[in-house]
Design a protein around this ligand. Structure first.
Ligand code: ADP
Ligand code: MG
Length: 618
């Protein structure tokens, strides 16, 4: 229902309006109010602690009817009683946007979590809210717009350096129509609250002061771009099975479902470190507390393999644990995607990793239950599918047209994990997600149990982007890459069919060609699809290295060795698999690298070259 979606109601007449609590049910509070209240409006529940000091608990309006509204409270609701006072702010649930977001860790509401909180694994005290952006830090502002210029929402007024990027200070996204620049600040160091420009709205003549910070309602997409583009280029993750067989598009979406322990978090972390993105936003919403703290502890120490700078400089972590109120989890996915959209507006490639969206869906289910809505499948709200669709629609590749900075492309790529109970992909969250994403990376228990990591199923997974990205992929690896990948995949599937057969009839009754098919399939799996996320070398191969590995792998499996016996075939494949696996772990330029490559080449020179499908060399 639209009740949870972005509201299109007109702005209400400012804050200060009051209400009174009529009922409390878990994290939901029903409040009677006079006047006007709008959907997703923020309200504070006014309490006093035991010593009589005021505590204000943040809440969001999620349903309005007959002079009462239901609010989800982002805090523990103890001590709230019938009669407790509520004040409405007139503001939608929003997040501050501006320089200083990078390298930060926030909770779902945009409260910065300091290092101490992160290290000790505790979060803010009830009713404590901190500004998202630091107020005292100064940023070196360079104007780009000139007085008299006509601009629109999203156009840059100036820039400040943030990490390795030029952070654009833009005409606020909420401004409708054109503005005329009245004045722009001179180059200098300013805090985020300093007025860096004044603009006149052409429609009304009103003059607005613009600072480096604007607040944006998290449930509304930021649309201050010229045009949406069809994603046609890959977002390289450096996880081979993904990049080759089930590639994710830059500006595309992917769903990563998997049972507990199948490697979702390890995969997300590998992607967050190695993916070819400018900005990475990790939304750790509602996983086990210990795991989240682990993520946070590790991150600050990691070095970006490409820039040699701390990975944290290009990362924002949004962190809620399963011990926090469900409403905070719901907010955190929206906060995270809003941050991603914000950096997309600067012409950057933002990657959002949401782990796990099931926890978010559970939060929706809980609130829906409290609202006594008519439940859909497995008691999830009937509108679960449309909420999930609306969330993934916020991904995308866009074209930006800036009068002063020129044309650019920006993107939000969205990868969400789902943790279906028992690994059953038929459940509503997985199914609703699969209906809208472009790429499905299904982690299976069978593969993780067999220690075939990453446990992404080569049979069940798919990517709708593969064909559309053919030119870009062939350019990134080598001409004919997509075809070679296709042949390997067919070969893999054929060999796995033999493997299934073998479970029934045993090895002895297999023909020699079928047995070689099986061995080839296992080799493709062992040397190309599997990858050790804990090996510095194997975890992030370059495109060139992946291209060479794919060439060699296909050369091996399409090579006619002229085996006389199964034993001979087995020993050859065992030897080759070992050589490849050693090579995958050897750093480029090392003596081992050449040694292991030599082992592979020598083994290939021993037999006859298959005439039908020898792979072209570079
Ligand atoms: P989930 O988040 O799905 O519950 P995890 O990501 O925590 O699962 O993974 C569980 C375990 O599986 C890890 O602790 C690790 O030992 C192993 N594992 C997962 N992925 C890999 C990988 N790519 N390489 C090596 N080991 C892995
Ligand atoms: Mg996990």
């Amino acid at each position: 229902m639209s009740e949870h979606g972005p509201s299109e109601q007109p702005a209400s007449p400012g804050g200060g309006r009051g209400g009174v609590v009529r009922g409390v049910s878990g994290n939901m509070v029903t409040t009677a109010f006079a006047g006007q209240v709008r959907m997703n409006e923020v309200a504070y529940i006014e309490l006093a602690d035991r010593k009589g000091a005021a505590i204000r608990l943040k809440a969001e309006v999620i349903r309005i009817r007959n002079g009462e509204c239901d609010m989800q409270v982002f805090e523990d609701t103890r001590d709230i009683q019938v009669g407790t006072r509520v004040s409405f702010t007139g503001e939608l649930l929003g997040i501050e946007l501006g320089p200083g977001l990078l390298a930060m860790t926030y909770d779902g509401l945009g409260n910065p979590l300091d290092e101490l909180a992160v290290k000790c694994g505790y979060f803010l005290q009830r009713g404590v809210y901190l500004p998202t952006l630091q107020r005292t830090r100064r940023w070196a502002f360079t104007p780009v717009a000139r007085p008299g210029q006509r601009l629109a929402a999203g156009h840059a007024l100036g820039t400040v350096p943030e990490a390795v990027f030029q952070h654009r200070i833009m005409v606020p996204f909420g401004i409708v129509g054109q503005v005329e620049v009245v004045e722009v600040a001179a180059p200098g160091d300013y805090t985020v609250d300093h007025v860096i420009a004044k603009v006149r709205l052409l429609a009304t003549g009103e003059v607005r002061s613009v600072t480096m910070v604007q607040t944006w309602p998290v449930k509304r997409p930021i649309r201050a771009f010229a045009e949406r583009l069809l994603p046609t280029a890959p977002l390289t993750t450096r996880t081979r099975i993904v990049d080759a067989f089930f590639p994710v598009a830059e500006g595309g979406t992917a769903c990563v479902p998997g049972p507990f322990g199948s490697g979702k978090t390890v995969f997300q972390q590998a992607v967050s470190r190695f993916a070819e993105a400018d900005i990475v936003i990790v939304a750790a919403c509602g996983e086990r507390a210990g795991e989240v703290v682990e993520t946070l502890r590790e991150f600050p120490e990691l070095i970006d393999p490409r820039s040699g700078r701390p990975l944290m400089e290009r990362t924002i972590i949004i962190c809620n644990t399963s011990s926090m109120p469900v409403a905070a989890r719901e907010a955190s996915v929206y906060t995270a995607v809003t941050l991603a959209e914000y950096y997309r507006q600067m012409g950057l490639r933002a990657l959002l990793l949401a782990d796990s969206t099931s926890r978010w869906a559970q939060a929706l289910r809980e609130m829906s239950g409290r609202l006594e809505e008519i439940p859909g499948e497995e008691a999830f709200p009937a509108y679960l599918g449309s909420l999930i669709a609306a969330f993934y629609e916020r991904a995308g590749l866009v074209r930006l047209e800036d009068p002063n900075l020129g044309a650019a492309r920006g993107s939000v790529t969205l990868i969400g994990t789902v943790s279906p109970a028992g690994g059953n992909f038929e459940e509503p969250v997985t199914q609703s997600t699969l209906a809208v994403v472009g790429c499905f990376l299904g982690l299976t228990y069978a593969r993780s149990y067999a220690k075939r990591f990453p446990a992404i199923s080569p049979i069940e997974s798919w990517s709708k982007y593969l064909e559309r990205m053919r030119p870009a992929l062939d350019a990134a690896y080598f001409p004919g890459w997509v075809d070679t990948v296709g042949r390997l995949q067919q070969l893999y599937v054929a060999g796995q069919r033999v493997a299934d057969q073998m479970k029934v009839v045993g090895e002895d009754d297999l023909s020699l060609p079928d047995f070689v098919r099986y061995l080839s399939s296992e080799l493709v799996d062992a040397v190309f699809m599997q990858q050790n996320a804990f090996s510095e070398v194997d975890a992030s191969p370059s495109n060139a290295r992946t291209a060479l590995l794919l060439r060699l792998t296909s050369e091996v499996v399409e090579f006619d060795f002229g085996f006389a016996t199964k034993d001979e075939a087995r020993s050859t494949f065992t030897e080759l698999t070992a050589a490849f696996r050693d090579w995958n772990l050897a750093a480029q330029g090392s003596a081992e690298y050449d040694d292991h490559l030599g082992r592979i080449h020598r083994r290939l020179r021993g037999g006859d070259r298959a005439s039908h499908a020898a792979v072209a060399h570079a």
